[in-house]
Write a protein that binds this ligand. Structure first.
Ligand code: HEM
Length: 222
């Protein structure tokens, strides 16, 4: 009976996390559609959609990159399967963001789009991020993982590069309002740092030490 309850809670938590991920990731889209429907998308709806989709893509990318460091730090293994959906949602919002730019803003005029991208360095950094996310999304299937073998892990480290170029895009486009991009940069740097083998090994040995101490305490108390 006890093992059944344990198994149930073991399966329930990942399921709840998965549902929360899908629901949470779709909230920004629902909110954009709602505000569009009720004419509440500010006086400049195209800019509003650009900003909201860009922000959502960035947050979801950061959350996807946070799963591994959080597992290292706290042993939250349940977060690892969320990396893929979070990354795919980041790509989804990045696609909406890019489409808003090229379609709604520039009317699919290729000459204008090319000029805008090469004249605005922040747009070039955005494009680089989008292309990185595209390559990650295309190779995120089980089939690609099997086909690419070890190279898959190496390829998917590009997610961190996408995190960096997204940060550059963000930092470049804000004018004198550096708080948000710097906050994002700090979170990303900390995530990258925790992936470094010496730091990761140190955290893991600290966790093992802590667990042993707790176990020792509980056996001596019993
Ligand atoms: C396809 C290439 C991209 C282009 C052409 C592009 C272009 C833009 C433009 C024009 C803005 C609005 C600037 C303003 O009016 O102040 C913007 C904002 C933004 N973009 Fe992009 N972007 C691209 C890709 C991305 C990607 C892939 C991400 C994230 C993963 C991203 C994240 C952001 C963020 C966070 C903002 C600012 C949102 C805010 O201030 O709240 N962009 N982008």
């Amino acid at each position: 009976m006890q093992t059944r309850t344990k198994r149930l809670s073991r399966n329930l938590i990942p399921r709840l996390l998965r549902v929360a991920t899908h629901v949470g990731a779709l909230v920004p889209l629902a909110s954009i559609l709602w505000d569009y429907w009720f004419y509440e998308l500010s006086a400049d709806p195209i800019r509003e959609i650009t900003l909201r989709t860009g922000k959502s893509a960035l947050i979801l990318l950061a959350l996807s990159l946070a799963c591994t460091p959080l597992n290292t730090l706290f042993g939250w293994k349940q977060l690892r399967p969320l990396r893929r959906p979070l990354g795919l949602y980041a790509f989804f919002y990045a696609t909406l963001h890019g489409l808003t730019f090229v379609w709604l803003d520039y009317g699919l005029d290729l000459g204008l789009i090319r000029d805008a991208i090469f004249q605005k360095p922040f747009a070039l950094a955005g494009l680089a991020t989008f292309l990185l996310l595209l390559s990650l999304a295309l190779t995120s299937t089980r089939w690609s993982r099997r086909k690419l073998g070890k190279r898959w892990e190496q390829l998917h480290r590009l997610a961190y590069l996408a995190g960096i170029t997204a940060g550059v895009h963000f930092l470049w486009l804000v004018k004198n309002a550096y708080t948000r991009p710097l906050l994002y940069g700090a979170v990303l740097s900390e995530q990258l740092l925790m992936r470094a083998p010496p730091v990761r090994d140190r955290i893991l040995s600290w966790r093992t030490h802590l667990r042993e101490r707790v176990l020792e305490r509980s056996t001596s108390d019993a």
